[in-house]
Structures are given as structure tokens and as C-alpha cells.
Write a new protein. Structure first.
Length: 123
């Protein structure tokens, strides 16, 4: 029993580390809008790979990932709607989008892992 609790804590700490890591994402200085969009997609894949490595059997399928990604974009766009399009995609936007996406995936992983219990926010 104690070993299982320790494993659960390790899993939760690893997930929290990945989520916390998203708060340090940034773009290179003077990156073009196109380069920023490429970086966003690379960070999306990075988050997916890191979280999938932790719990591949509990990882959401592609359809759910697409839905979560679109929800994360909507959430982030709403947070930055006061900025013009050319200024909206900045380091804070990347962090918010990545953080939201990682949190949503993590919540599903933990929900699946703990047998359907609503796990809520991770960070």
C-alpha cells in the first residue's frame, strides 16, 4: 500500500514538473510570427511526448488531444484578446497556451489512472 502511494506521488510530481516547465517557455528574441507558430507546435508535441512517456496506457487519444488543443487555444485567445494579432503571440501567450494544454492532458491522465475520479487542477 505504501509503495503504491509513493508511486502515485512520483507520478503526480512528474506531471507537476512538466506543467511547471511550461511557465518557462519563451520565444527567441525577434522571432518572426511564422517561427513562433512553429515553436508553438513543437512545444505542443513536446508536452504530449513527455506526458505520454509517464503513463502511455492512460494517455488520451488523438481526437481528445485535438479537442483539448482547440479548447486551450480558445482559452488563451480569450486571455489575450486585448492585443492585436501581431502582438498577441508572445512569450506569455506561449506559456499560457502550453500550461493550459498540459493541465488538461494531465487531468485526463490522472482521471483515467484513478479510475474515473475527477482529479481537478494539477498545479
Amino acid at each position: 500500500m505504501n509503495l503504491q502511494i509513493d508511486k502515485n506521488k512520483v507520478l503526480e510530481n512528474n506531471i507537476k514538473y512538466i506543467i511547471d516547465e511550461t511557465t518557462r517557455f519563451d520565444f527567441p528574441f525577434l522571432a518572426s510570427q511564422e517561427h513562433k507558430r512553429e515553436i508553438i507546435l513543437k512545444k505542443k508535441l513536446y508536452i504530449e511526448e513527455k506526458l505520454k512517456c509517464l503513463m502511455p496506457n492512460f494517455f488520451p487519444n488523438e481526437d481528445i488531444l485535438c479537442e483539448i488543443w482547440n479548447e486551450s487555444i480558445k482559452h488563451t485567445d480569450k486571455q489575450f484578446n486585448f492585443l492585436s494579432d501581431n502582438k498577441k503571440i508572445n512569450g506569455f501567450y506561449l506559456q499560457e497556451l502550453s500550461h493550459c494544454y498540459a493541465e488538461k492532458i494531465s487531468s485526463i491522465i490522472l482521471n483515467n489512472f484513478y479510475g474515473g475520479k475527477d482529479y481537478g487542477k494539477i498545479s
